[in-house]
Design a protein around this ligand. Structure first.
Ligand code: HEM
Length: 426
């Protein structure tokens, strides 16, 4: 499909073949940048950096020191403690209200997971710095999600009628103070310590310890660190909320997952990362949720044609924005049998790679700009889901489960999940 908004030309692919053509083509390795993302410093962060040496350097540094499987597993203890914290929160909410609303708990858990891995620090979001971080983040998500006419009509952009630029500048000033304070704390602590893959070292330590040739300026560091919070928090929390909603709606699937967990993890010990590979059904549940509710269905995929390039036999001019509608692909019966049925068993019958090689289900994208955080995201979702399902039987609340969708930065549940969580072991 092709269309224009103002001066911007778009093409949208809803087919695995053209999606692959776009995502794996070096001609589409650039990304368009909205004014809000530019104003919020993201032009210097990995996700919006133009394809070139600066972007390549960021990808290399983060793949080695933040997203490598070894680095992800070194944060198992923190991840597990966050999951145990969620279990305690759920018990408390049940005692207090007789039902649990999971959205806030998942958002805070996911945010603290990123803050610990990237900044080495976790927060209490009810007060002081934690409260400030939450307000900054909320404003950032809102600004990035606004449809800004100025992105497509230059005159309106100049006038800033929607006030996007003004709000972004106010926010960036706060972001700078917040992130620079954490960088300064690390500088004081580190005092010349170089890169060491030891446990406890966070991504700020890594960036500060880089060799001269790779070192980032302080403002670039702020941009890179800041982006990780935006990209890594809500995607994970939203995926887990959809997964829990599906568990409430499908008690048979939920109890099959619990039988699997019980057969692998003794009730007297916590779930470990190493258990996950022995929980194929649990992994299939997450895959099926990603198929039915891909968190980044359209916008996070935007790519920009660097030069004229043919796609599916049509010449696409340089400067065109290309998007992949993963939602349409994963709901198309040409790609999936009974696409509207939630059926994790389809992934037991067929081993589908969801990390970018099979475009029938590529929720993390594909090609050079594929999501670098996919291993980190899946590690958290698998572990937290196993911890929650091991601890609780999830039942519908009086209002049931509403699967209506709402497209913001990610594809969210329109109405937060509220359910009853009955402890499985006392
Ligand atoms: C369920 C969780 C997640 C989903 C569904 C998701 C999805 C995506 C998608 C669809 C893209 C665009 C890929 C493309 O253009 O081909 C992307 C890019 C990106 N994601 Fe994720 N993501 C998730 C979690 C994370 C996490 C935890 C982080 C980091 C902490 C992260 C960091 C990034 C970055 C930095 C990019 C830009 C990469 C580039 O342009 O080079 N994501 N993600």
């Amino acid at each position: 499909m092709a269309f224009s908004v103002g001066l911007t030309r778009f093409i949208v692919s809803s087919h695995p073949k053209t999606a692959k053509e776009i995502l794996s083509s070096p001609a589409f390795a650039d990304r368009p940048i909205k004014e809000s993302a530019y104003e919020l410093l993201f032009n210097r962060a990995m996700g919006f950096a133009p394809f070139g040496d600066y972007w390549r350097n960021l990808r290399r540094i983060s793949s080695t020191y933040l997203f490598s499987p070894r680095r992800v597993s070194s944060f198992e203890k923190q991840r597990s403690e966050i999951g145990e914290g969620m279990v305690r929160d759920m018990k408390r909410m049940m005692e207090r209200n007789g039902v649990v609303e999971v959205r806030r708990m998942l958002h805070y858990g996911s945010l603290n997971n990123i803050m610990l891995t990237v900044f080495g620090k976790k927060f209490d979001f009810a007060k002081d710095e934690g409260l400030e971080l939450e307000l900054i983040l909320k404003e950032g998500y809102e600004l990035l999600g606004i449809f800004n006419w100025g992105d497509h009509l230059p005159l309106l952009g100049w006038l800033d009628l929607q006030g996007v630029r003004r709000r972004c500048r106010t926010l960036v000033a706060k972001v700078n103070v917040f992130v620079k304070k954490i960088i300064d704390e690390h500088k004081r602590r580190a005092n010349g310590v170089g890169i060491d893959e030891g446990e406890g070292e966070d991504f700020v330590d890594v960036l500060l310890g880089l060799e001269e040739k790779d070192r980032l300026s302080e403002s670039d560091m702020v941009a890179v660190l800041w982006e990780m919070i935006f990209r890594g928090t809500d995607t994970v929390a939203i995926l887990l909320e959809w997964t829990l909603a599906r568990m409430v709606l499908h008690p048979d699937i939920q109890s099959k997952a619990q039988v699997e967990i019980d057969s692998v993890v003794d009730s007297s010990r916590p779930v470990l990362d190493s258990d996950i590979q022995r929980l194929p059904y649990l992994q299939s549940i997450v895959k099926e949720t990603l198929r039915m509710h891909p968190p980044g269905p359209l916008l996070s995929w935007a790519r920009l044609a660097i030069h004229d390039v043919p796609v599916d036999g049509h010449m696409i001019p340089a400067g065109t924005t290309a998007m992949v509608n993963m939602w349409a692909i994963t709901h198309d019966e040409c790609n999936w049998a009974e696409p509207n049925k939630f059926n994790p068993d389809r992934f037991i019958d067929e081993d589908v790679n969801i990390l970018g090689s099979d475009l029938r289900l590529a929720p993390f994208g594909s090609g050079k700009r594929v999501c670098p955080g996919k291993t980190m995201a899946l590690a958290a979702v698998h572990l937290w889901l196993a911890q929650l399902l091991k601890s609780f039987k999830l039942l519908p609340s009086r209002n049931g489960v509403d699967l209506s969708e709402c497209l913001k930065m990610s594809l969210e549940m329109k109405n937060p999940l509220v359910c009853v969580a009955v402890p499985r072991f006392e």
